[in-house]
Design a binder for this molecule. Structure first.
Ligand SMILES: NC(=O)c1ccc[n+]([C@@H]2O[C@H](COP(=O)([O-])OP(=O)(O)OC[C@H]3O[C@@H](n4cnc5c(N)ncnc54)[C@H](OP(=O)(O)O)[C@@H]3O)[C@@H](O)[C@H]2O)c1
Length: 288
């Protein structure tokens, strides 16, 4: 298949390229190559290459900055997604829109399924939810893939931040009262590869299985990287006054994956071990 990837320069974009080539003909587009807020450029470039699939991973992902830069956040995450959905519709391409756990307010007891009510707490979450609505309105052949707590080899993420803090400090402070489902970008990219081969359109929650607090996530990162010399202090999220509110709980239930007969994502600790031992650690030892 011919597959366009928007936001190809991002952390997920890099692993989509790794997971989908050489099996598919890829047309990865970074922000410099295609700004999704430019409606005409999106239409012209995508129509010109006439793809079978568009994976829309481009987004304004700075959650706190979005609170003050809301015009930009909505332009990229909502209107930009509309532009991509219109182009996908124009070429009759399948569309994968990568969305987020921040569409939820976190008040549910237990994991969120695709059937649960959304209620974003932040501009970022709301702008991504509006992107979902455009996709649902415009495209008939769409997969909305909500994911959460992404990490991988590329870019700055919770795993790379914890490891780099551990190089500088012997004691780290971690939040114990925010729970979510960590997701390895390479696992997500492989799942998207499986999804686009099908016509099982709709909404999917795609994270590694299980959930943890930020504290437990940091503990597992340090254990896997053999950094048991680092001590952790558990604090409440209310200790930090960040501009954007985050859901206290955004753990995912993979109901749609089970119902559509896809193989389930592996458990989050296994994915984390694989990533640190075979991806991130490799990079760190090369850098060292
Ligand atoms: N990171 C997470 O924990 C997380 C969790 C849930 C969902 N998601 C979603 O997963 C997707 C991938 O996230 P990620 O972690 O890979 O984020 P990322 O590393 O920030 O990648 C996003 C990419 O989008 C590009 N971009 C920004 N504005 C653009 C524009 N106007 N036109 C075209 N490209 C533009 C960015 O380019 P520049 O860097 O040059 O600006 C960046 O390369 C996003 O849709 C995000 O909302 C992420």
């Amino acid at each position: 298949m011919k597959i366009v990837i928007t936001g190809a320069g991002g952390q997920l974009g890099h692993d989509l390229i790794r997971a989908l080539s050489p099996a598919h003909e890829l047309l990865p587009l970074s922000r410099e190559q295609l700004d999704v807020t430019d409606e005409l450029a999106v239409k012209q470039q995508i129509t010109a290459c006439c793809p079978d699939v568009i994976i829309h991973a481009a987004a304004f992902t700075q959650v706190d900055l979005a609170e003050t830069m809301l015009d930009k956040a909505y332009a990229i995450n909502s209107t930009g997604t509309r532009n991509v959905a219109l182009a996908a519709h124009h070429c009759a391409a399948k569309l994968v829109y990568i969305s987020t756990d921040y569409v939820f307010d976190g008040t549910k007891t237990g994991s969120y399924t695709e059937m649960d009510r959304t209620n974003p707490l932040s501009v970022y979450g709301n702008s991504k939810l509006h992107g979902e609505k455009f996709v649902e309105m415009i495209s008939q052949r769409y997969f909305i893939v909500r994911t959460s707590w992404l990490y991988g080899k590329h870019g700055s993420n919770f795993v790379t931040k914890v490891l780099s803090m551990a190089d500088r400090q012997s004691r780290l402070t971690m939040v114990y009262d925010q729970t979510g489902s960590p997701t390895y970008t390479l696992d997500l990219a492989r799942f998207v590869g499986e999804l686009v081969e099908t016509e099982k359109y709709g909404l999917y929650h795609v994270s590694n299985q299980g959930c943890c607090s930020r504290y437990e996530f940091a503990e597992a990162i340090l254990q896997t990287a053999n950094r048991t010399d680092i001590s952790l202090e558990a604090v409440s999220a209310s200790t930090f006054s960040l501009p954007a509110l985050r859901p206290d709980n955004s753990a995912f239930d993979d109901l749609a994956i089970r119902q559509n007969g896809f193989s389930r994502m592996r458990e989050w600790k296994l994915a984390l071990q694989d990533c640190i031992q075979n991806d991130i650690q490799y990079v760190r030892s090369n850098e060292g």
